[in-house]
Each structure stands twice: as structure tokens, then as C-alpha cells.
Design a protein around this ligand. Structure first.
Ligand code: ATP
Ligand code: MG
Ligand code: FE
Length: 336
């Protein structure tokens, strides 16, 4: 089964060819990041226009990199939510047009289920059930993958996503957009124990997160330094902030796996690219006998190979979409 994956939910225009869900034959990503940097974040209208401009060329390159033609493609898998409605519509519209013109089945894929499925690509032995921490720009969820395409949400953020906190703190200390990789890099030069930032916990929901408090704590710290005329050590702020976030993410995810009897824990989403998080989670999981999985960096942030992987298992389950498929900006996990 050969799947052409298409992804356009945010600021990456991406297409990939994936064979049997795990064998990536091509993975083309056009990142719009430089285009949005001057605005300090993604501008939806600019993103939509750029997707329109790039999508056909990205798809053509995905086919040619894989040495394939349309006749080789079994099905087209496209992200239909969650994400920005304009950008999503470009991918969905393109996928429907190709499906109609070439008579190729169409499968709508959930973006976050794609992030989770990125783990299948390089871990050929990974099979459900497993626990997964999804930490990205818009989501921070602990999800139990009970079977291929079947998900149960165990915990979620009550406010900001982890990636959002990274981006906001990065802006506050003058690192610019996108913040995650820049905080990651600067944190390596700082002392993670220099400043004590809060770690939010909920007595009634031990797997839930809150990251707005730590973001405010960083802003308060920066303000108080300014008022006292103390020079801020930005590397210490980055390292201490990152340590607090990583500890909470790891603690909750490992505990969720243990409590639910999962001996496998996976990591997914853009924040999964964080070097300290990967290291810390692996150590913590393996210390209690839980196998740990994470995708390579290129499959952590937005890409279409992960959509091809998730789309393959949706295809096997018999999921097909017709031309009424629409973008769903707030699509729920495990909704089909
Ligand atoms: P979602 O997947 O929730 O719809 P998104 O697609 O915009 O949101 P992703 O592309 O999955 O998000 O991830 C981007 C996020 O990951 C950004 O917030 C970015 O700062 C963060 N990120 C990327 N690399 C790192 C890193 N090395 N350390 C920490 N955060 C990172
Ligand atoms: Mg992105
Ligand atoms: Fe994403």
C-alpha cells in the first residue's frame, strides 16, 4: 500500500510517499518559517497564500523523489484538522482535486494522530498499545494509543501548550520566533538550577498540565530584574524554564504509562525535538522498565511522512472520504 501524504495545517507545506505505513520513500517539506519571522508568529492569511503557491510543486517533488507516478499511489492521506482553517483548506482542496482527477481513494487524517504515528516510521517494532506524550505548538496531551487509529486522552493542558510556552518565553528573552529550538540551544549554556520556576500540579487530575503559570513566572522574574537593575542571565532563564517544563512533562507521562500498565512510552510533536526532553524522558522511562520511543528530529516537527503513516492505518481500517471532506480547525483526537 503506497500512501501520498499531504500536510498544510500551519506553516509547513509538505508531501511524502510512505509504503505500508513505515517505509518513507520521500519527505518534502517547504517551511514558511522565514516568511513569518518578522511578524513574531504565523500569519494565517500569508500562510494560506504560500501553501497555494507551493503545494503542487511540493507534491510533484515527493512523487519524483520516490521515483513514482500517480499509478503507483494507492491512496491520498491529507490533514483535515486541527489547524488553521485557510492553510488546511489548501491541502484538503488539493487532495480532493487529485483524488477526483486520478480516481485515487481519499483519507482525511488528524494532524496530532499523525504526530503520534511518526513513531512508527523508525521504530519498526512499535505496536499499540502504548502511551504517548504529544507536545507541540498547539497541543500538550497524554494519549493512550490502544490500537492502530484508536486513541484515548489521559491528560491535557488546561491552558497553554508546551510549545507555546517555549515560544512565548523565547520572545520575552529576545530570542525571536520560532522559540523552541533557540531556547533549547541557549539552555545548554545556562544553569538549570539558577532560578526556581513553578511546576503546576492538579490534585484531581494528575496527568493534566498548565504552562501559563510558568510563562508568567518568567515574565515576572524578568520584570523584577529590570526594576532592581539586575542584569538578566538569559541562558540561566532558558535552562531553568526548560528544566521545569521538562520535569512536569516527563513526570506526568511516565506516571501515566505506569498507572495504565503500558510498558511502552512514545514522544511526539514539535517539542519532542528538544534534546533535553528526549534525554530526560528516556532515562526516566527506562529507569522503571518502560521502553522509550521518539522520532528523528525531521519527523517531530510538521511533515507529511507522519500523515502517510497515520493514513496507512486509517486506510487499512477502511476509512475513506468523499468530496464532502472539509477542514475542521478544532478536530478532536480519535474522532473516527
Ligand atoms: P500542532 O501540532 O499542535 O497543531 P504545530 O503544528 O504548530 O502545532 P509543531 O510543528 O508540531 O506545532 O511544533 C512546533 C512547536 O515545537 C513550536 O512551538 C516550537 O517552538 C516547538 N519546538 C520545536 N523544536 C523545539 C525544541 N528543540 N525544543 C523545544 N520546542 C521546540
Ligand atoms: Mg510549524
Ligand atoms: Fe504539528
Amino acid at each position: 500500500v503506497v500512501i501520498l501524504g499531504i500536510e498544510s495545517s500551519c506553516d509547513e507545506t509538505a508531501a511524502a510517499v510512505v509504503v505500508n505505513g513505515r517505509d518513507v520513500r520521500s519527505n518534502v517539506i517547504y517551511s514558511q518559517v522565514p516568511l513569518h519571522t518578522i511578524y513574531g508568529g504565523v500569519v494565517p492569511e500569508i500562510a494560506s497564500r504560500k501553501h497555494i503557491e507551493k503545494v503542487n510543486q511540493v507534491i510533484r517533488k515527493a512523487l519524483s523523489d520516490a521515483n513514482m507516478t500517480w499509478d503507483d499511489i494507492t491512496a491520498i492521506a491529507v490533514t483535515y484538522g486541527p489547524g488553521l482553517v485557510g492553510p488546511l483548506l489548501v491541502g484538503v482542496g488539493t487532495a480532493k482535486a487529485i483524488s477526483y482527477a486520478k480516481k485515487i481513494p481519499l483519507v482525511g487524517v488528524h494532524h496530532i494522530e499523525g504526530h503520534i504515528s511518526a513513531n512508527y516510521i523508525e521504530n519498526k517494532d512499535l505496536e499499540p498499545p502504548f502511551m504517548c506524550l504529544v507536545a507541540s505548538g498547539g497541543h500538550s496531551h497524554i494519549v493512550k494509543c490502544t490500537d492502530y487509529g484508536k486513541y484515548e486522552i489521559i491528560g491535557r493542558t488546561r491552558d497553554d501548550a508546551a510549545g507555546e510556552a517555549f515560544d512565548k518565553v523565547a520572545r520575552a528573552i529576545g530570542l525571536g520566533y520560532p522559540g523552541g529550538p533557540k531556547v533549547d540551544k541557549l539552555a545548554k549554556e545556562g544553569n538549570p538550577d539558577a532560578i526556581e520556576f513553578p511546576r503546576a500540579k492538579f490534585a484531581d487530575a494528575p496527568y493534566d498540565f498548565s504552562f501559563s503559570g510558568i510563562k508568567s513566572a518568567v515574565l515576572n522574574y524578568l520584570n523584577s530584574c529590570e526594576m532592581k537593575g539586575i542584569e538578566v542571565n538569559r541562558a540561566d532563564v532558558a535552562a531553568s524554564f526548560q528544566k521545569a517544563v521538562i520535569e512536569v512533562l516527563t513526570d506526568h507521562a511516565v506516571r501515566a504509562a505506569k498507572d495504565h500498565g503500558c510498558d511502552k512510552l512514545a514522544l511526539a510533536g514539535g517539542v519532542a525535538a528538544n534534546s533535553s526532553l528526549r534525554e530526560h524522558m528516556r532515562k526516566s522511562a527506562e529507569a522503571v522498565g518502560i521502553s522509550f520511543y521518539n522520532p528523528s528530529l525531521i519527523f517531530c516537527t510538521d511533515n507529511a511522512a507522519m500523515i502517510g503513516a497515520a493514513g496507512y492505518y486509517d486506510y487499512l481500517r477502511g476509512i475513506r472520504d468523499d468530496y464532502s471532506l472539509n477542514a475542521v480547525p478544532n478536530l478532536k483526537i480519535g474522532s473516527r
